[in-house]
Design a protein around this ligand. Structure first.
Ligand code: MRU
Length: 357
């Protein structure tokens, strides 16, 4: 199945915390169970969070204690009030990936713009828009993949960090979607996947996805990336993004380090992301980087990795200055931040048009 789907009034998703040991689909029947799934990374990755945000609003609309029978103005007002509160709760689960708020706002916007004052109609619109977000994600990634594949050469070895594959999206993937498209175009590509401490989305998810697709992949520790670049073993780096401002790319912690190393060794550094990841309203300094539970570093399951009470700093993401990025690959095309007017080519993310293939 896809990473996340609507299934008869519940949100079905692949529980990514269990991979690769177990492939399990769980159902979220309430907004609070969806929020728990987001906070604990059962569903994760910026575009997948966009879909989760959209479906979350639909879930809130469908599970609230509101009748679908004839709606009075007071009933509709209360319905919208509850929906706004649920939307805010969903948005606050993870602050850095902009797609989550984008998905929530897009579904809320569709209800408001329709001008409806009926609860049943608002529920219908919410679900319709959420399904559209998920469908478009797949189309956008396919297009983004084809746009990026042209940058790769037959025989390339490509380093990636974290997971920007199909499990970070509804399907296909962004950075890994580009690699898939290059392979589909007949190019021989080998991937080097960083394990991506502390939660190992690289070793657990990226390596699993690529092995399923029979794309050659080698797992390395995050700290092996530098020497591999110096030894000429990496031709390109490609990562996804959780938010792109005019001056920086926010992605999984460690991305910045790879960008500096790539620059030092003259290796192209690509970011692949849909337009919904762009944040035209903010600069790097305005973005909140979420900090996660210190125990992610102190232990893995029952295995203790650090003394109890060890002081920990555990940011989930870092900011890579845009000057370190060779190209940003989107569904609208490839943009080159070295060009002074590159940002002018970025479409307003609230314009939801999907470019024709
Ligand atoms: O904490 P996560 O697993 O949600 O972090 C995900 C990443 O940093 C991905 O690289 C990013 O969301 C791009 S996904 C296409």
């Amino acid at each position: 199945m896809r990473t996340i789907e609507w299934n008869n009034g519940t949100i079905a998703l692949i529980d990514q915390t269990l991979l690769p040991a177990e492939y399990k689909i769980i159902g979220c029947e309430t907004v609070s169970s969806l929020c728990e799934a987001i906070v604990s990374l059962r569903i994760r990755g910026a575009p997948a969070l966009g879909a989760a945000g959209g479906y979350g609003v639909a879930l809130a609309a469908h599970t609230g204690a509101h009748t679908t029978a004839a709606t009075t103005p007071a009933m509709f007002k209360q319905f919208m009030h509850d929906l706004c509160a649920a939307s805010e709760t969903i948005k606050q689960t993870r602050p850095t990936a902009i797609n989550l708020a984008w998905g929530v706002d897009r579904v809320m916007g569709a209800i408001l713009e329709s001008g409806t004052s009926r609860i049943d109609e608002a529920k219908r619109i919410a679900l319709c828009e959420a399904v559209a977000i998920a469908e478009e994600d797949v189309q956008r990634n396919r297009r983004l993949g084809r746009n990026g594949a042209a940058l790769f050469e037959d025989g390339d070895t490509v380093l990636t960090h974290c997971n920007a594959g199909r499990l970070a999206c509804v399907d296909v993937g962004t950075a890994i979607g580009v690699i898939r498209a290059a392979v589909e175009a007949g190019k021989e590509i080998s991937v080097v996947s960083c394990e991506t401490r502390p939660l190992n989305q690289g070793s657990r998810i990226t390596v699993w996805e690529l092995m399923q697709d029979r794309i050659p992949v080698t797992l390395i520790t995050d700290s092996a990336a530098g020497s591999m670049m110096r030894e000429g073993k990496i031709d390109r780096v490609i990562v996804g993004a959780d938010r792109i401002t005019r001056d920086a790319v926010f992605n999984k912690i460690g991305t910045y380090t790879h960008s500096v190393l790539a620059k030092e060794h003259d290796i192209p550094f690509y970011v692949a992301a849909p337009i919904s990841t762009f944040d035209p309203a903010r600069l790097e300094r305005d973005v909140v980087i979420e900090e996660r539970d210190p125990d992610e570093l102190r232990r893995i399951g029952d295995v203790i990795l650090a003394p109890a009470g060890a002081v920990v700093y555990n940011p989930a993401f870092d900011a890579t200055p845009i000057a370190n990025v060779t190209a940003v690959i989107t569904e609208d095309g490839v943009m080159y931040p070295a060009q002074p007017d590159w940002w002018r080519h970025v479409r307003d993310p609230s314009n939801t048009a999907v470019p024709k293939s």
